[in-house]
Design a protein around this ligand. Structure first.
Ligand SMILES: *Cc1c(COP(=O)(O)O)cnc(C)c1O
Length: 384
C-alpha cells in the first residue's frame, strides 16, 4: 500500500536530545519520555522503540488508551505513568497490568483504594498536589485528610510519586509564579516527610523547567517537547544560549521529516483563478505542482497562499487554499520538475530547511499544536 506521504523519525536525533538533557540533569534523575498526543505526532509505537534504544525505561501518557499503546509497543519492562484521564472502570485492569497513575482528587483516590482492596494488588499511584497550575492536584488545605487516607491504606497503595506541574515555565513572564510553586511544593514535601509518608520519587519538571530551573529536577523529569528536538519557546532557548557550546549552538535536533511527492503538474494561464473560489489569481503563466497532502493530514488551512515546501532544493510557495487532501505549489521557476519528485513539507533538502515553527510564526505554542495535528494514519518510519 502506497500512502500519500510519510513521516521519518530519526532515532539518532532522539539519542542526541536525550544526551543533551542528561548533560543538564546529571546521571541520577530518571528521564520519563512524555508520549501523549500520539507522542507529539511522532507515533507512540515508533517513539517507544526509539526511546528504548536511547535507554529510556519510563513513559508518561495523558490517558489510559495511550498507556495501553505504550505497553503493547514495549520490548522492555518499562514503567508507564498516566498523568490524566482514566475511567474508574479501567482501574482493575491498570492495577493488574502494573500501570501507574496520577491521583489528584479524593474521588480517584477512593476508587483506587476500593479497587486495589478488591483485586488484592497494590495500586501504583502518584499523588499530584496543587501548587498554582490550577488544573488538577490536591489543595494545601486537604493535606491532613489526604495524609490520613494514605496512612490508613498504606498496605494497598504503593506511593510511586509525589508530583506537581508548573504553569508555563517556558516564559520569563511566569518566573515569579514558578518560584512560588516551587516554594509551595517544598512545603508539601516537608509535610509528608515530617509525617513519615515517603514516596519512591518526587517529580515536577517538564522540558522548560528541566532546562531553566535545576531545583525542579528531583528524581525524575518528564520530557516531552525537548525530546522531539524543539525548544519549548524561543525564550527558553535565549535564556540558556550562553551555556551552550559554540561548536554546537543548537543541541536539540528535530526527529521529524515529512515527505511526499509531486502528484501531477498543471499549467495555468495568466489571469486564471487557482483552486476553490477566488483566493488566488495567476498574474503570469504558471506551472503548479499538485501535492497529495492537505488539512486532513495536518497541513493546516492557515498555510493557504503562504506555506512553503521544498522541491529540487528550492522553496516553492503554496498557491490558493490548502484543500482536504491536496495543495498546489508554484514551480514556475524550477526546471525539470516531474511527477514523483520528492517534496519536503518539514525537513531538509539540499542546504535548505522547512522548520515546524515556520508553519505559523504567530503563535508561541505552535510546535506542540502543529505536531499533534499530524494525522495518525500517515505512516511513521524510523530512520537513523
Ligand atoms: C505535557 C506534560 C509534560 C511535558 O511537557 P513538555 O513541555 O512537552 O516537556 C510534563 N508534565 C505534564 C503533567 C504534562 O502534561
Amino acid at each position: 500500500m502506497q500512502h500519500s506521504s510519510r513521516l521519518e523519525i530519526s532515532a539518532s536525533a532522539y539519542g542526541q536530545n536525550i544526551a543533551f538533557i542528561r548533560s543538564r540533569i546529571g546521571s541520577e534523575a530518571v528521564v520519563s519520555a512524555v508520549v501523549k498526543g500520539n507522542a507529539y505526532g511522532h507515533g507512540i509505537c515508533q517513539m517507544v522503540q526509539v526511546a528504548e534504544q536511547a535507554g529510556i525505561r519510563h513513559f508518561s501518557t495523558f490517558s489510559s488508551d495511550e498507556a495501553r499503546e505504550v505497553l503493547t509497543s514495549s520490548a522492555q519492562p518499562n514503567e508507564i505513568m498516566i498523568m490524566g484521564m482514566l475511567h474508574p472502570a479501567e482501574i482493575p485492569e491498570l492495577i493488574e497490568k502494573g500501570i501507574q497513575f496520577y491521583v489528584f482528587d479524593f474521588e480517584r483516590l477512593e476508587a483506587a483504594i476500593e479497587i486495589a482492596q478488591r483485586v488484592g494488588i497494590k495500586a501504583l499511584i502518584h499523588v499530584e498536589v496543587e501548587t498554582g497550575f490550577h488544573r488538577t492536584g490536591f489543595d494545601w488545605h486537604d493535606r491532613a485528610k489526604l495524609l490520613d487516607r494514605l496512612r490508613v491504606n498504606a498496605s494497598i497503595l504503593e506511593l510511586k510519586g509525589l508530583c506537581t506541574h508548573y504553569a508555563g515555565a517556558e516564559t520569563a513572564q511566569n518566573h515569579t509564579r514558578i518560584l512560588e510553586q516551587i516554594v509551595l511544593f517544598d512545603q508539601f514535601r516537608a509535610y509528608f516527610l515530617e509525617n513519615q509518608i515517603t514516596f519512591e520519587r518526587t517529580h515536577t519538571a517538564c522540558s522548560a523547567a528541566t532546562l531553566l530551573f535545576p531545583e525542579t529536577h528531583f528524581d525524575l523529569v518528564r520530557i516531552g517537547i525537548a525530546g522531539y528536538g524543539f525548544w519549548p519557546t524561543r525564550e527558553t532557548y535565549e535564556l540558556i544560549k550562553s551555556d551552550l557550546s559554540p561548536e554546537n549552538p543548537n543541541p536539540l535536533k528535530r526527529l521529524l521529516t515529512w515527505k511526499t511527492q509531486v502528484m501531477s503538474l498543471k499549467i495555468v494561464e495568466s489571469g486564471s483563478f487557482v483552486g476553490y473560489g477566488k483566493g488566488f489569481q495567476a498574474k503570469r503563466d504558471m506551472t503548479l505542482a499538485i501535492i497529495p497532502v492537505g488539512y486532513s493530514h495536518g497541513y493546516g488551512r492557515n498555510l493557504s497562499n503562504t506555506g512553503r515546501v521544498l522541491i529540487g532544493g528550492e522553496f516553492c510557495t503554496v498557491i490558493g487554499n490548502v484543500n482536504m487532501n491536496a495543495v498546489a505549489v508554484d514551480v514556475t521557476d524550477l526546471k525539470n520538475v516531474q511527477p514523483g519528485d520528492e517534496v519536503i513539507l518539514i525537513g531538509n533538502q539540499g542546504d535548505k530547511e522547512i522548520t515546524v515553527s515556520s508553519f505559523a510564526e504567530t503563535s508561541e505554542m505552535i510546535n506542540y499544536e502543529m505536531l499533534t495535528r499530524l494525522a495518525a494514519r500517515i505512516p511513521r518510519i524510523i530512520v537513523d
